[in-house]
Design a protein around this ligand. Structure first.
Ligand code: ADP
Ligand code: ZN
Length: 719
């Protein structure tokens, strides 16, 4: 007899769904979330397909779960990502599935309030509870216990005695309704032109991609907010993707000044119940605008009308473990599937996006000038060959003078160095021993405030010894090179009376403290700010008139072909922090190679020339976006095992015309977290479907044994 069969995809590292029979009393639709037996447990899964067939020996699913349905579009999207990245489909599902806790009453919290006579036995603690509950207001148990400074068991006792009663309490709304006309700004003529174009795209409600390019401070946010307003007015949802660090109060306040309420936010810091409710509100359509980090791409939107990817060039959009996906590219795919426009905003677009715009694949709107007549900071190089700081110092005389002037004028200076910690290398003056990570091929970075040597790759920490562990010489260790902490030390010596702050992602206090500190900087509290790339991006510090780049050459020496692009983007972003307020700004760039193409393009402000040059190099080398690229990383705890499998892969690669397989070679970080790493690079012409080739290749190669692992990274960020 035929019965309904359900193919259930489980959020596990499996590519294929499992089949189950659907019992007659359960009614199911494709996309529903279910609980089904798997081995000895029950597991959540999603109905990928329903059909009539022979149940044979199939097990029945256990139950349908009350959770948002996975729309056909969302399922298509996940299938597409699995196809593109070669990750198991179940792993892609795991990015999106958020099953509710079972047996929990949804959306109801219990509140307590005064109801009956005082208890027979009165204690001091009970007395305090009654005082706190006075007035008959409804409180949560926790809140009442906190107010009365008692444990919740005291509250429970009073409930048992009938003094307090419990009531269902509706939770506060998770998402407020943004108002498209709350505070409409007056746009400059260029802004208006750009905004009109983007509004029209939203109105068409069709798939499209537009690059919104504009120098730092040109008012891109204001412009894409107009497109958001259009989507809200049409009853559609909007997703704004931001690099996680840009999800600050500053952005949220700005949104709320325009639309009357803050947007809902989705990032790794949003946890527990809030996460669950926001997920549901996205599915119901109640959440109109979600601002989120890359994981927000996988939310079950009901009617998506617009996706904005702000700072689209950001490397943080690339997920580097589990499913290796690039959130910007996947946003474009989701837009295509949902038939909605995508806006990619940046002052320094990625080469990929620039080329796509130039070739007409993407639309393009451009804001060439800063808003409100503000001018871009003048960028001047300081040639360190002629202005060498004293030994053990890093700030040259011209930079010090500029800091003095800035502080004297009551303005702010930002000293930028993209190196966390105190010193990137520690060595023994006596025997020359260099302190290296035991698990990775990198030097340990000294962190002075923690008195430790730290690996920035695996997190390994050891105490900085007093005497060399290799030769035992007393007090022989020396710190080589600067990190932000060391620059701060130098600043403290030279400007002992000036308030300064170090902003870097590893300072104590976590994200909340960092947000507060960023706000304090924006409010002008610190005349001197020393920071890593954390402060380089997106922030608006109106009092900042000087940006000093301590070492512009940092990123240029690596062998990675993307190094130039990255350095150019980063330096443009960081120098763009200057002069965003009333007063004009300037940037001083310390370098040993002012004639380097990246530095000279930065100084002349000729971004077009830089992009033309870089595109030419990429085109010549058939690198993205002119060709396709994938990396296969083979890792193992033993070097020989990793190398042997990498060689095996190379032998079975059989590249057809238009495909090139390079390697194996030691990966840039040869040892990482105790595993050895070999890399093969696959380069193909654009017309070749690299995924199909990779699948065949992996199929015909013997599977890795033991602890050997092969990771595939399509569009690797460093190559
Ligand atoms: P970008 O994102 O391009 O770096 P922003 O959108 O942050 O630039 O704009 C720079 C500054 O100019 C911000 O302080 C913003 O509030 C202000 N601004 C931009 N456009 C307008 C406008 N039309 N009216 C008023 N202020 C604006
Ligand atoms: Zn390490």
């Amino acid at each position: 007899m035929k019965q309904i069969i359900a193919e259930i995809l489980m959020p596990l590292a499996l590519d294929k769904p499992y089949s189950y029979v659907v019992p007659a009393h359960i009614s199911l639709a494709e996309g529903d979330v279910v609980l089904a037996p798997l081995g000895v447990r029950e597991t959540f899964g999603v109905v990928w397909r329903l059909f009539e067939g022979d149940p044979a020996k199939l097990k029945p699913i256990s139950k349908r779960v009350d959770a948002p349905n996975f729309s056909e579009n969302l399922r298509k999207f996940l299938d597409w990502i699995a196809w593109y990245t070669l990750a198991p489909r179940g792993s892609c599902l795991a990015l999106a599935l958020r099953p509710p806790e079972l047996d929990r009453v949804d959306n109801i919290r219990l509140g307590v309030r005064l109801a009956g006579p005082p208890p027979a036995r009165m204690t001091a603690a009970r007395q305090r509870v009654l005082e706190a509950a006075e007035g008959g207001m409804l409180h949560t148990k926790r809140a009442l216990a906190d107010m009365a400074a008692v444990s919740t068991s005291v509250i429970d006792g009073l409930i048992d005695e009938g003094t307090l009663e419990t009531l269902a309490m509706a939770p506060p709304p998770i998402a407020d309704e943004p108002k498209p006309d709350f505070a409409v700004p007056e746009l400059s003529p260029e802004q208006k032109k750009a905004a009109d174009y983007l509004r029209a795209e939203v109105t068409k409600a069709k798939a499209s991609v537009t690059l919104l390019e504009g120098v730092t401070g040109s008012g891109k946010t204001e412009v894409y907010f107009e497109a958001v307003a259009e989507a809200i007015a049409r009853g559609k949802q909007t997703l704004i993707l931001l690099p996680e660090i840009a999800l600050t109060a500053q952005f949220l306040d700005r949104f709320s000044r325009r639309f009357g309420v803050r947007p809902s936010t989705w990032h790794s810091g949003v946890g527990g119940r809030k996460r669950e409710r926001l997920y549901a509100a996205t599915a119901s359509g109640e959440a109109r605008v979600i601002a989120g980090a890359r994981s927000a791409l996988f939310l079950p939107f009901k009617e998506l009308g617009l996706i904005v990817v702000d700072e689209e060039h950001e490397a943080a959009y690339k997920q580097e473990d589990g499913v290796h996906y690039h959130a910007r590219d996947m946003a474009v795919v989701r837009g295509r599937i949902e038939q909605c426009p995508v806006i990619l905003a940046s002052a320094t677009p990625s080469i990929e996006t620039r080329v796509n715009a130039e070739r007409g694949r993407y639309g393009r709107v451009h804001l060439p000038e800063r808003f409100g007549g503000r001018i871009l900071p003048k960028i001047t190089p300081i040639d360190l060959r002629k202005n060498q700081p004293l030994a053990g110092r890093w700030l040259s005389e011209p930079l010090l003078n500029a800091i003095r002037e800035t502080v004297a004028a009551g303005e702010q200076a930002l000293l930028f160095l993209n190196r966390r910690g105190y010193a990137p290398l520690t060595l023994c003056r006596s025997c020359g021993h260099r302190y290296e990570c035991p698990n990775c091929s990198t030097w340990l970075v000294e962190h002075k405030y923690r008195r430790a040597l730290v690996c920035h790759h695996c997190g390994h920490v050891e105490r900085r010894p007093d005497n060399c562990i290799e030769c035992g010489t007393v007090d022989s260790l020396t710190s080589c090179g600067p990190g932000v902490e060391r620059i701060a030390e130098e600043v403290a010596e030279i400007f002992p009376d000036v308030r300064r702050i170090v902003l870097s992602s590893d300072m104590p206090g976590g994200t909340e403290r960092m947000r507060q500190e960023l706000e304090a900087v924006a409010a002008g509290e610190f005349p001197i700010v020393i920071g890593t790339q954390l402060v380089a991006k997106g922030h608006n510090f109106p009092g900042m008139t000087l940006v000093g780049v301590i070492d512009a050459d940092v990123g240029l020496t690596s062998g990675d072909p993307r190094a130039s692009e990255r350095t150019f983007q980063l330096l443009q972003q960081v120098t763009g922090r200057a002069g965003r307020g009333e007063r004009a700004g300037r940037a001083l760039v310390q370098t040993y190679q002012p004639e380097h193409p990246v530095i000279s393009a930065l100084i002349s402000g000729d971004a077009d020339r830089f992009y033309r040059e870089e595109s030419r190099v990429r085109e010549y080398a058939v690198l993205p976006p002119f060709g396709r690229l994938a990396a296969l990383i083979v890792t193992a705890r033993e070097r020989e095992a990793a190398e042997a499998h990498a060689r095996l892969l190379a032998r079975s690669s059989q590249p057809p015309a238009g495909v090139m397989v390079l390697g194996p070679a030691e990966a840039p970080l040869f040892q990482l977290r105790g595993r050895y790493r070999y890399r093969l690079l696959v380069k193909t012409e654009r017309a070749v479907q690299i995924q199909a080739y990779l699948r065949e290749w992996i199929e015909r190669t013997e599977k890795p044994k033991g602890n050997v692992r092969v990771t595939i990274d399509i569009d690797p960020q460093s190559f």
